[in-house]
Design a protein around this ligand. Structure first.
Ligand SMILES: C[S@@+](CC[C@H](N)C(=O)[O-])C[C@H]1O[C@@H](n2cnc3c(N)ncnc32)[C@H](O)[C@@H]1O
Length: 205
């Protein structure tokens, strides 16, 4: 891993993810998590203050970046539920089948390299009837913004730690065998190619 990935990228990701409109999105989805929760791509732990502690019995916080986990550990000091950190990519998820009531992903499906395997692993660990709660940015509905997303994506991906601007988030979730139960989508304030958000819940069928 180079100096950029180790020292600069984690701070850039943290700063970008603290964008106020994204923080408002967290308020909408994170409190839906309940029971035994797996957060995939925990990052610097920005979701931690938004969990409803009365509904969460345990949280597995997974992220392949030890630097991001270190930042999240600080945030976790102020939560009242048990948090276990897992420093691995979701493609190597070490949890047992049917162990989680909720899997939460925010602004992470854009970055995971093997998205099909990741969704299979998420489906595997979710109990029957368990929920995938998501809030992601992805492909925009407007042709001109989609053209920008396509054009900028190769450079963006290099500087953004593998982040893709134009993934079809609902399509990928459905192709992963999930049924989306409720979803909203809109531009949140900010740079439009990175700001079309999809958020909601899905169950595995
Ligand atoms: C844009 S950040 C979002 C962090 C956090 N979810 C948030 O909302 O603030 C994307 C995160 O996904 C993590 N990530 C990248 N590849 C991953 C993988 N294969 N499995 C799990 N997490 C991954 C990165 O390390 C990074 O922390």
């Amino acid at each position: 891993m180079g100096l950029y990935e180790k020292h600069i990228l984690p701070n850039l990701v943290h700063a970008a993810c603290k964008h106020r409109p994204a923080m408002r999105q967290r308020e909408k989805v994170v409190p839906l998590a309940h029971g035994r929760v797996l957060e995939v791509g925990l990052g610097s732990g920005l979701n931690l203050p938004y969990y409803d502690a009365s509904k969460v019995s345990k949280l597995w916080g997974l992220d392949p970046s030890p630097e991001m986990i270190k930042m999240a550990e600080k945030q976790a000091e102020s939560v009242s539920f048990d948090v276990e950190f897992i420093s691995l990519p979701v493609e190597e998820l070490p949890l047992e089948t049917n162990c989680a009531d909720t899997v939460l992903v925010t602004y992470t499906l854009c970055t995971i390299s093997d998205i099909e395997l990741a969704l299979r692993e998420i489906a595997r660990v979710l109990k029957p009837g368990g929920e995938l709660v998501f809030c992601e940015h992805g492909v925009a509905p407007d042709a001109n913004i989609r053209r920008w997303q396509k054009c900028i994506n190769p450079v963006w991906k290099r500087i953004g730690g593998g982040c893709n601007l134009n993934r079809d988030i609902p399509g990928l979730i459905e192709q992963g065998g999930f049924r989306i139960k409720g979803m909203r989508a809109k531009y949140i304030p900010g740079w439009r190619p990175a700001c079309f958000n999809y958020w909601g819940t899905a169950t595995h069928v």
